[in-house]
Design a protein around this ligand. Sequence first.
Ligand SMILES: Nc1ncnc2c1ncn2[C@@H]1O[C@H](COP(=O)(O)OP(=O)(O)O)[C@@H](O)[C@H]1O
Ligand SMILES: [Mg+2]
Length: 302
Amino acid sequence: MDQAEKLRKAIEDLKAKQLRNRRTLPAIPAKRTARVITVTSGKGGVGKTNISVNLAIALSGQGLRVVILDADFGLANIDVLLGIVPQHTLLDVIKDRKNIIEILNEGPQNIKFISGGSGVEELLRLNREQVARFIKNISLLDRLADIIIVDTGAGLSDNVMSFIMAADEILLVTTPEPTSITDAYALIKMISNRDNAKKIKILVNRAESSAEANDVLNKLVLVADRFLGLKLEPAGYVLNDDAVKKAVKQQQPFIVAYPKSTAARNIKEISVKLAQNENSGEQHQEHGIRSFFSRLAGFVRT
Ligand SMILES: Nc1ncnc2c1ncn2[C@@H]1O[C@H](COP(=O)(O)OP(=O)(O)O)[C@@H](O)[C@H]1O
Ligand SMILES: [Mg+2]
């Protein structure tokens, strides 16, 4: 089999599998492009990777096809969280050694994940021709996924900023700590300086109570509205929960290891709200993964 045939067969197998998995689930309207949600934060270590992975699984549980792209420049660690060692990374696609299907790793409960590896940095160094070839290859993801979650590092660096600005939608994670909130606000300000119409959803992680979480959400929404004229959207909150730490140690997503935990319930609520967006049609200005990487390449060049 030549490369093109292999690719066609891989897509057919994947489609057949998806069809089998979907049979018992509600029908999802056919879409041409995936919704790209970039998860980021001002400050590091606030729970982005845990939220990306568990949210992906919760969305998958609602019948959506979800792919996570691990795009943290420094500490890529979705594989660690899942206890999976990826054989290939984005770099293999960039170097034309593999196609996008071949670098998809199977995660729990039908999610797929792509390890960015050193490919994430390499991506920002490609010439026009290489970018075009890469984008053509990665565009296949639009047909294979409803939602692509891009897990990034903390946002206050140029590289991460490029990823943020390329996204249709940003899920900004903060904790109730004052330093985390001020860094989140600094990032919101940077985003709004570049594009005041960017959709930003705020998620509060590790709050001690729903009252504390809502207080942080309300304050950020108010301040962004008053000082930046930006409408932030509260995505919800995940409470501080030992189940998260225990699951991390077991290298399992908490929603799998502790499905009845508070954190798992919180994530499910957030996922239901996000998926409602998905079906309401409100979300359909999204441009998909192809456009995400085109914009990314554009930002890097300017
Ligand atoms: N809701 C939570 N409750 C308790 N601990 C949490 C929670 N979210 C994150 N943590 C802790 O914070 C650590 C860092 O989380 P991680 O998702 O790796 O953050 P980031 O990707 O932002 O660097 C986790 O290993 C875990 O110990
Ligand atoms: Mg992380």
